[in-house]
Write a protein that binds this ligand. Structure first.
Ligand code: KG4
Ligand code: ZN
Length: 340
C-alpha cells in the first residue's frame, strides 16, 4: 500500500467551491473557498443548476491556485478526496467527476467523503483534539444532528431535526426579516444590536423527552411577531434577530446537555456552518464539559475538512472504484469505521 501523505480536498456539495491541500506532517498547506453567495443572493437561496455551473467554472483554477500556494505540483499528491454526499446532486457530481478523473490521470487513489463526517472531524484539525467518545452537534444549512462518536467512522445518530435544519431556520427567518442570503451571518450581525429578551420565542421540543429537533415553528413565531408589530422599526428587527438567536441557542444547549447525560460523555464538539455563530458558541461554553469547535473558516464549507476526512480513510486503505458516485442523501451511520 502506498504511503498516503499529501491529499487534495474538493468540496462542491452546495454553494461553495472549497479546495485545499492537506499533508499528514504539516497539516493544511493551502486552502481556497469561493462562495457563490452573490450569484444566489438575488434569488434568496441556492439555485441548484446555477451552483453546478459555477462549480464547473471555478474548480480547475482553484485547484491550480491551491497547488501553487502549497508549493507543489499535482504529481506530489498521494490521493484525492471529494465530497460525494449528502448535498445538491448536480453540484456534487462536478466535484466527484473532477476529483475521480484527476486521481485516475495521476494514478493515485480517490475517496468520496461524507460531507457531515468532514464537518464532524474538522475540530481534529486544531491543536485541541477531542478524546473519544464524544458528542458532536452538527449544525449546517441542510442538517441538524446530535451524533455519538466512538471513533473515526463510528457514528450513532442520537437526534436530528424533523423539519428545517438550524441553518435553514436562520436563512428563512432572515428572508422574513428582509435580510440577504445567507441569513445566518446577517441575523448574527443584527442581533448584536438587539435585545435577546424582547420576544419569548418557543424552545421547540424541549418540554418532552428525546433528542430530536424541530425548527419550522420558530419562523412562524417570528412571522407573527413581525406582523403584530407593524411597521417594524430597525430596532424591532434587531430585537427579533437577537431573540431568535437566543431561542435557537437555548434549544440546542438543552438537547446537548441531554445527549451528554444520556451517553455519559464529557466532551462536546460543535461543527457546521452555524457553529460560526458567536452566541451559540457562548451558550455551549456554559455547559459543564469540554467544548471544542473549529476556527471560523473551518466551520462553514471548505476543502480542508474534506482533505482531512479523506486522508483518514485513504491512509487506512479505503479507496473508490473507477466509477464516479454521488448521493444527495446519505445516512452517516452507514459509514464504515476507520480502524486505527
Ligand atoms: O455548513 P455550511 O457552510 O453549509 C452546509 O453544509 O449547509 O452551513 C451553511 C449554513 C447557512 O444556513 C448559514 O446561514 C449558516 O450556516 N451560518 C450561520 C452563520 N454563518 C453561517 N448561521 C448563524 N450564524 C452564523 N454566523
Ligand atoms: Zn456543510
Amino acid at each position: 500500500m502506498t504511503l498516503i501523505q499529501c491529499v487534495l480536498g474538493i468540496e462542491t456539495s452546495c454553494d461553495e467551491t472549497g479546495i485545499a491541500v492537506f499533508h499528514a506532517d504539516t497539516g493544511i498547506k493551502s486552502q481556497h473557498v469561493y462562495s457563490q453567495f452573490e450569484l444566489h443572493s438575488r434569488y434568496g437561496g441556492v439555485v441548484p443548476e446555477l451552483a453546478s455551473r459555477d462549480h464547473i467554472r471555478k474548480i480547475a483554477p482553484l485547484v491550480q491556485q491551491s497547488l501553487d500556494d502549497a508549493g507543489i505540483t499535482a504529481s506530489h499528491l498521494d490521493g484525492i478526496a471529494y465530497t460525494s454526499g449528502p448535498g445538491l446532486i448536480g453540484a456534487l457530481m462536478v466535484g466527484a467527476a473532477f476529483g475521480r478523473s484527476l486521481a485516475w490521470s495521476l494514478d493515485v487513489p480517490a475517496i468520496g467523503v461524507h460531507h457531515m463526517e468532514a464537518h464532524l472531524l474538522a475540530p481534529l484539525l486544531t491543536e485541541r483534539i477531542p478524546t473519544f467518545p464524544f458528542v458532536a452537534l452538527l449544525v449546517s444549512g441542510g442538517h441538524t444532528m446530535l451524533v455519538l462518536v466512538t471513533k473515526i467512522g463510528s457514528y450513532r445518530l442520537l437526534g436530528q431535526s424533523l423539519d428545517d435544519a438550524v441553518g435553514e431556520a436562520f436563512d428563512k427567518t432572515a428572508k422574513l426579516l428582509g435580510l440577504d442570503y445567507p441569513g445566518g451571518p446577517e441575523i448574527a450581525r443584527l442581533a448584536e444590536h438587539g435585545d435577546p429578551q424582547k420576544f419569548d420565542f418557543p424552545r421547540p421540543m424541549t418540554n418532552r423527552p428525546g433528542l430530536d429537533f424541530s425548527f419550522s415553528g420558530l419562523k412562524t413565531a417570528v412571522k407573527n411577531a413581525v406582523a403584530s408589530n407593524k411597521p417594524a422599526s430597525s430596532q424591532l428587527i434587531a430585537d427579533v434577530a437577537a431573540s431568535f438567536e437566543r431561542a435557537v441557542a437555548e434549544t440546542l444547549v438543552i438537547k446537548c446537555r441531554r445527549a451528554l447525560d444520556h451517553t455519559q460523555s464529557q466532551t462536546l464538539v460543535l461543527s457546521g456552518g452555524v457553529a460560526a455563530n458567536q452566541t451559540l458558541r457562548n451558550y455551549v461554553q456554559r455547559l459543564d464539559c469540554e467544548v471544542l469547535y473549529p476556527p471560523m473558516e473551518l466551520c462553514t464549507d471548505n476543502g480542508s475538512m474534506i482533505a482531512f476526512a479523506g486522508y483518514q480513510r485513504l491512509a487506512a486503505g479505503y479507496q473508490e472504484p473507477l466509477s464516479v458516485t454521488s448521493q444527495a442523501r446519505w445516512n452517516i451511520e452507514e459509514l464504515e469505521s476507520v480502524l486505527d
